[in-house]
Design a protein. Structure first.
Length: 695
DNA sequence: CCCTGCGCTTTTTTT
DNA sequence: AAGCGCAGGG
């Protein structure tokens, strides 16, 4: 029973048994990467390393939860009551460090975490203040740059110093203001969770050493997707004990757009000269015909370490489906699944439908519902993206810290309470002028002259409301407080106001109750629960999995998710859909016209294919609605590459498709510049004949 | 101040 | 197709 080590092959066992050395595991898809880490943790503990001296880092919260569970299973009942190893994402780890030391960096202990929508607001404000027009620099652009800078450990000063163009200087100035605004509001963004930790460690060496000394072993999964701050933090933590085990696959690097640098995995041996390198190439997941297609596809990439995965023999070759448009594509796929489920050949949970972009999910959802197949939509619109959650979270944020402008402005007139745009405008103007948060303008008696009688009354009432709940906050349990809040602001009426259909209203109201309930379960389950902690967890871990996080996958449901979300998972049957030029590879990647961008798309496709254990079905539509218009498409080059048909005329066409499209783009840009109306041109694309599965 | 409707742009992937 | 800003009536 205890002899779980015997279930490993020699290479895997080597990883598990090399206990005191830097170790790099280069592991292909489906070779049991995560399994190896799990076993290694269990081995360390059974060798006497105390669990709390182990830090394991994964890429997603889901993976962390899964790994913690498996370690517990491996160790069995003897260790049930033992302390647990720390298994989390880099971001969650960063959050924990920051919570302890936020004061050192001038942040309040109850700082909030800003997500993308909040960031955009701050970016807008920052740009306004440096007097940048939308044309000069868009808020989305700014947060993109800031994110890149932060992941490289660059502060505003460093950014300004290295600015080459006017636009960069402008962005650097906006970055400085952006960061000031965040601090003023006691908020951090996602990147700060790493950036500030890195800063903290380099500013205070005693803290760094103390933190590094807490752990004796560091394990990192998906190492190919670490960005520079994660890399730096890992090095700082491991430099003393040198017990660093990283696992990754350069062929599965799909997050370079987010600052991931796959070079780290290639550089490992230089950083840790005594490192042991282990390669895992036995695939335990997929049938050989599937691997043949995946191998052939990824072998097209020029920048990679060559490897050949060996898999299970037998099984059927991948198939290709062709549809008229995206709706037909969904219909074909879902009907096929439904038919096989009805014949009891497969179960819904054996199947995953993988898409490149979130909006591809819609037609599939529709048809899954129509066919009455249970499905589980992963990602999509996340829990905290819904209006109700954002509103209530904003109330809570303001109660915790009224200096949080983004949250304050959100709820100031939600539900409508007579504070109109005019009033908000004046408030904002005052705040900018005095360089202070909006709340202080509210508090300041001098501001009274600024507003009319009605507005002033509304503002005072709002202020009283917040103050009242501030007073209650330490005296009531969080869910209790939220229930009262919902009641007092008459949020139910707001739900009724915003939505007309009874069904929608019901759904929205349910979300509200779920939110209150999740606060309740947070308070019950976490001993050191605080309202700020609840909000932080809420932003960091898309909290819609409150019921049973890991058993979701075991439920009887077809899984519908993006390729990015599918990383690390496996399914007996995979439908990889939307294989068209412009979608996979994505238009944005094609526009860059760099090998790197297209190679990442190819890896993404590779990741999708290698999720399949028994069957892989690829599909594309001959035409697709874009901006409401039906546009003809070109089958993805990846189809030809994977099928080994790069001499097929369609392959050339797929690749020429970009240049044709780029030419079109250039032409239409030129046309716009001349401000003349160009006559409509019809691109008559030829499409290859319907193809069937190859033997 | 609140609501409605019109016309405009805009669409990757996520912690 | 959907969200946002703007204009105009209640």
């Amino acid at each position: 029973m205890r002899r779980w080590q015997d279930q490993l092959n020699p290479a895997q066992r080597e990883v598990v048994e090399t206990l005191s050395k830097p170790i790099l595991v280069l592991a292909g898809a489906g070779t049991g990467k995560t399994r190896v880490i799990t076993y290694r943790i269990a081995r360390l503990i059974s060798a006497g390393v105390s669990p709390e001296r182990i830090l394991a880092v994964t890429f997603t919260n889901k993976a962390a939860a899964e790994m913690a569970k498996r370690v517990a299973e491996l160790l069995g009942s003897a260790h049930r009551r033992c302390p647990r190893p720390e298994v989390s994402t880099f971001h969650a780890y960063g959050l924990r460090v920051l919570r302890r030391h936020s004061a050192r960096l001038g942040y309040p202990p109850q700082f909030s975490i800003y997500d993308r929508a909040d960031q955009l607001e701050v970016a807008r404000a920052a740009l306004r203040e440096v007097k940048a027009t939308e044309a000069a620099l868009r808020p989305e652009e700014l947060i993109g740059w800031v994110s890149r800078w932060k992941s490289r450990g660059m502060d505003p000063q460093a950014t300004a110093d290295s600015a080459q163009t006017d636009k960069e200087s402008l962005a650097a100035a906006a970055y400085r203001r952006y960061q000031q605004l965040l601090r003023l509001r006691g908020a951090v963004d996602f990147d700060d969770l790493l950036f500030l930790v890195e800063k903290l460690f380099s500013l205070h060496s005693e803290l760094r050493e103390e933190e590094a000394a807490r752990f004796e072993h560091l394990l990192i999964d998906e190492y190919q997707d670490t960005n520079r701050s994660q890399y730096t933090i890992a090095r700082m933590l491991a430099e003393k004990h040198r017990n660093l085990c990283v696992v990754g696959d350069d062929d599965q690097s799909i997050y370079s757009w987010r600052g991931a640098e796959p070079e780290h995995i290639l550089r490992f041996h230089r950083d840790w000269p005594d490192a042991k390198i282990v390669r895992l190439e036995n695939n335990y997941r997929s049938r050989q015909p599937i691997l043949d297609w995946a191998n052939r596809l990824v072998a097209t990439n020029r920048h990679r370490y060559p490897k050949q995965l060996r898999g299970h023999d037998g099984g059927v070759s991948p198939r290709i489906l062709q549809a008229h448009d995206e709706d037909h594509e969904a219909e074909l796929v879902v009907k096929e699944i439904a038919a096989r489920v009805r014949q009891q050949k497969i179960r819904p949970r054996d199947v995953a439908i993988l898409v490149r972009t979130n909006d591809q999910m819609r037609p599939f959802e529709l048809h899954l519902r129509r066919q009455k197949l249970p499905y589980w939509l992963v990602g999509g619109q996340s829990f905290y993206d819904r209006k109700e959650i954002r509103d209530l979270a904003a109330y809570l944020k303001v109660i915790l810290n009224p200096r949080n402008d983004v949250a304050l402005l959100r709820i100031l007139n939600t539900p409508p309470r007579g504070i109109g745009p005019q009033t908000v405008e004046r408030l904002l103007h005052q705040a900018v002028q005095r360089l202070c948060p909006v709340w202080e303008v509210l508090e300041d008696g001098a501001a009274e002259k600024l507003f009319g009688q009605g507005a002033l009354e509304a503002l005072t009432q709002f202020r009283q409301l917040i103050l009242g709940f501030q007073h209650d906050l330490p005296r009531r349990r969080l869910d209790d407080l939220l229930r009262r809040l919902v009641d007092e602001i008459q949020y139910r009426r707001e739900v009724e106001r915003c939505y007309t259909s009874a069904e929608e209203r019901e759904r929205r109201w349910q979300t509200v109750q779920e939110f209150v309930e999740s606060a309740g379960s947070y308070c019950r389950n976490i001993p050191e629960a605080t309202p700020a902690g609840f909000l932080q967890e809420l932003t960091l871990t898309s909290y819609d999995d409150d019921s049973d996080p890991q058993s979701r996958l075991d439920q009887e449901a077809v899984v519908l998710m993006t390729l990015h979300a599918a990383k690390g998972l496996e399914f007996p049957i995979v439908y990889l859909v939307g294989l068209e030029e412009g979608l996979l590879p994505h238009r944005k990647a094609l526009e860059l016209q760099t090998d790197q961008a297209i190679e990442e798309e190819r890896r993404l496709c590779y990741v999708g294919m290698t999720r399949a254990q028994e069957q892989l079905i690829l599909s594309f539509a001959v035409a697709r609605h874009k901006r409401g218009k039906l546009v003809e498409t070109i089958p993805s080059r990846f189809l030809y590459e994977a099928a080994g048909k790069t001499d097929h005329p369609g392959y050339q066409e797929a690749i020429c498709g970009i240049s044709r499209r780029a030419a079109q783009l250039a032409r239409s840009k030129a046309a716009r510049r001349r401000k003349t109306r160009s006559s409509a041109k019809k691109a008559s694309a030829k499409h290859p004949k319907r193809r069937r599965s190859q033997p």
